[in-house]
Design a protein around this ligand. Structure first.
Ligand SMILES: Nc1ncnc2c1ncn2[C@@H]1O[C@H](COP(=O)(O)OP(=O)(O)OP(=O)(O)O)[C@@H](O)[C@H]1O
Length: 255
């Protein structure tokens, strides 16, 4: 197993409030790790530190890039993404007026550092379109490739967001509440999509999720945060039967 992402005593304070409390974690390749915790535990802050949206008060973040661990602690969000850490946002990140294919063309072209211009006829770029066809097949979007995004369902949009995050060929893929606002059928679909992606592409998944059924279904490992610190870390069964974890959730929700 290879470590692809590591935090060293990562800390974030907002005034006196410690939102991330000296978190040291290592993430191995091809694993699905869920980060869970009661409301206010510091999950979003941890994600924002990893992706460069927030700067830590202290500590370090290291990401494997081209075979070597590289420090990304002070990197800007676009530099983090370019280094291979991609995030699918809870808040949608899609150009509503463009089709699914066009959205992916924009993302791929931007990732390759080219300028997107519809007049340059991206449809005529065979290599680009083959990559996008593969990406759409992987994320179950082939049938709606030519559909404008403003007419898609919530679940379909979620798949487009995942495809957009995958378009930058990430080595570490952060999923922020992937089933938020979904009905049971959409939730089931997204769970099988995450499982398929984990099997089919060489990426590491880190997922925050409130739905414990989903967490149990998809995780190789669960990390529990409470008051910004790591409370438990290990295989799902052991973590979810840990008394300290149940206690941390009392009063907010049930594990
Ligand atoms: N910009 C900020 N300024 C001040 N305090 C903040 C800021 N962002 C987060 N916090 C505080 O940091 C703590 C952790 O918040 P965070 O949003 O990371 O938790 P969370 O686990 O994602 O919660 P939830 O599950 O409710 O989304 C909370 O006490 C929150 O009020």
């Amino acid at each position: 197993m290879t470590t692809v992402l590591r935090t060293e005593e990562l800390r974030k304070q907002f005034g006196d409030l410690v939102a991330t409390d000296d978190v040291s974690l290592e993430f191995d390749d091809q694993h699905v790790t869920s980060i869970i915790g009661p409301n206010g535990a510091g999950k979003t802050t941890f994600y924002n530190l990893l992706t460069g949206v927030l700067q830590p008060t202290s500590g370090e973040i290291w990401l494997r890039k081209d075979g070597d661990m590289t420090e990304i602690t002070d990197a800007e969000p676009h530099e983090v993404a370019r280094s291979g850490l991609s995030r699918s946002y809870q808040i949608t990140n899609i150009f509503e007026g463009l089709t699914v294919r066009e959205n992916l063309q924009v993302a791929r072209i931007a990732h390759e550092g080219r300028t997107f211009d519809m007049r340059s006829r991206p449809d005529a770029d065979e290599e680009l379109n083959e990559e996008i066809d593969d990406l759409m097949e992987l994320t179950n979007l082939t049938e709606i490739a030519e559909t404008k995004c403003d007419t898609l369902s919530h679940g379909e949009k979620r798949n487009v967001e995942i495809a957009l995050a995958l378009a930058i060929e990430p080595s570490v893929f952060l999923l922020d509440e992937p089933t938020a606002g979904m009905n049971p059928t959409e939730t089931e679909e997204i769970v099988s999509l995450i499982r398929e992606l984990n099997r089919d592409i060489d990426a590491t998944f880190i997922v925050t999720e409130h739905d414990m059924g989903v967490v149990t279904d998809i995780s190789d490992r669960i990390v529990v945060l409470a008051e910004g610190a790591v409370l438990a870390d290990g295989e799902p069964e052991a973590v979810l039967s840990d008394e300290r974890v149940t206690e941390a959730y009392l009063g907010s929700e049930t594990v």
